[in-house]
Design a protein around this ligand. Structure first.
Ligand SMILES: *[C@@H]1O[C@H](CO)[C@@H](O)[C@H](O)[C@H]1NC(C)=O
Length: 398
């Protein structure tokens, strides 16, 4: 009985003893806490909303604390709550107007920042930082942005960040390939059969197997030797002329980016894209908002967007090898299926296509602050060679 009493007494005393340890002269703050973030990555759907929650332990009111969510550096603030209000001065421009604080449980020690209209660059690591007086703690959390991936076998949600794992789903249409091109057995990859032949052979291109008629669609292409070769990828209309020599332009039904004369170009206006050469390109086709956007998937940065004509009709993924030791591979396994169930509460892209991500929000993200898509890419002219195929070669064809 005595032992039991002693134990019980210890248990009662323990929190008191524990607390008193903070009251030593060395410790200035009255309360210490730990910050705890989600142990698993949070999955968000491109264009949707997501909350990034953190809590303190032991639970205590955090209303009077400074709460900050930031990216890789403290100064890269996603959201700051200080003196009971949102502080916008230090906030990164790309989060301005897209974030809010979920305040419901502040008194219980829980805070979450909500990000609206999730974009590709939201993918990655975050830190939540809680400060009271001079005492602060932080926790890290990971946000994975997922997109709706459309393949022959149906649609599934895939995250950006996981590494590619090729699967055998045939995405290229070998029937559509130029005779000098070899499409891999699993139909995910295209390369030259032999070393590139003379330019008399015309344009070496191949189409995706499946035309896209509505909704939103996304695929990712890995380019081997991207910097030292010439390649083109994007979408084209069903009825384009691909025999012999042709040039790719929106007027002719091609919306592409590619390496021309060792320079990355988008073709409307024959324009040089002043960005580093990407090795993995994500192509996001939105047939509700009528645009196609290209992303550097290494860091989810935007490369270029085109507005499409709503009369474009069915569009096909388009791939072209121009020169060099190059292959293009569609990485249908970029993300692998996401394990965590994700509520698709954002409005569907079109009524016929109920599981697609919301194109409306996505496309508004491409043209930040109402700019035209691609307005953020400084455009410089490419050489005339960039668009017009050699007339000599064209002549020799006919
Ligand atoms: C895009 O990708 C390449 C390589 O894949 C990388 O070196 C480059 O810095 C990336 N980022 C931007 C913003 O272009």
């Amino acid at each position: 009985l005595l032992d039991f009493c002693f134990l019980a007494l210890l248990c009662v005393l323990f929190p008191v003893l524990h607390l008193s340890s903070f009251l030593t002269p060395m410790s200035v703050s009255t309360e210490e806490f730990m910050v705890i973030g989600p142990s698993e990555p949070i999955v968000a759907v491109l264009g949707g909303d997501i909350t990034l929650p953190c809590r303190v332990s032991p639970a205590m009111d955090v209303e009077n604390m400074e709460l900050r969510w930031f990216r890789s550096k403290f100064s890269e603030a996603v959201f700051i709550y200080q003196s009971h209000q949102e502080q916008r001065e230090e906030q990164l421009v790309k989060y301005r107007g897209r974030t809010s604080l979920v305040k419901d449980f502040l008194t219980l020690g829980e805070a979450a920042v909500r990000i609206h209209n999730v974009q590709a660059f939201d993918n990655g690591l975050y830190t939540c930082f809680f400060r009271m007086g001079i005492f602060y703690e932080e926790a890290s959390l990971e946000l994975k942005v997922a997109v709706q991936w459309r393949t022959l076998s149906g649609e599934k949600l895939l995250t950006f960040s996981e590494t590619q794992a090729q699967d055998a789903e045939g995405l290229l249409d070998p029937e559509s390939a130029h005779s000098c091109l070899a499409v891999s057995d699993d139909k995910t990859s295209v390369t030259f059969k032999d070393s590139p032949k003379s330019s008399d052979d015309g344009v070496y291109s191949v189409l995706g197997h499946e035309g896209i008629t509505s909704g939103c669609c996304y695929w990712e292409v890995e380019i081997s030797n991207a910097k030292k070769s010439e390649w083109v990828l994007g979408v084209c209309r069903r009825d384009v002329e691909r025999k012999g020599w042709y040039q790719e332009s929106p007027e002719k039904g091609f919306w592409v980016v590619g390496m021309y004369e060792n320079t990355l170009c988008s073709l409307p206006g024959n324009s040089k894209l002043d960005v580093p050469i990407p090795q993995r390109v994500g192509v996001f086709l939105d047939l509700k908002e009528w645009d196609v956007s290209f992303y550097n998937m290494t860091d989810s940065s935007h490369i270029f967007s085109f507005s499409l004509a709503s009369s474009s009709g069915t569009l096909f993924p388009y791939f072209r090898l121009r020169s060099g030791d190059v292959s293009l591979t569609i990485c249908s396994g970029v993300g692998g299926p996401v394990q965590t169930p994700v509520p698709l509460n954002n409005p569907p892209c079109s009524s016929e296509d109920p599981v697609s991500l919301s194109g409306q929000e996505f496309s508004s993200g491409c043209g930040v602050d109402g700019d035209l898509p691609g307005a953020e890419s400084p455009l410089l002219p490419c050489g005339p060679e960039a668009m017009v195929a050699s007339p000599g070669a064209a002549n020799s064809q006919g």
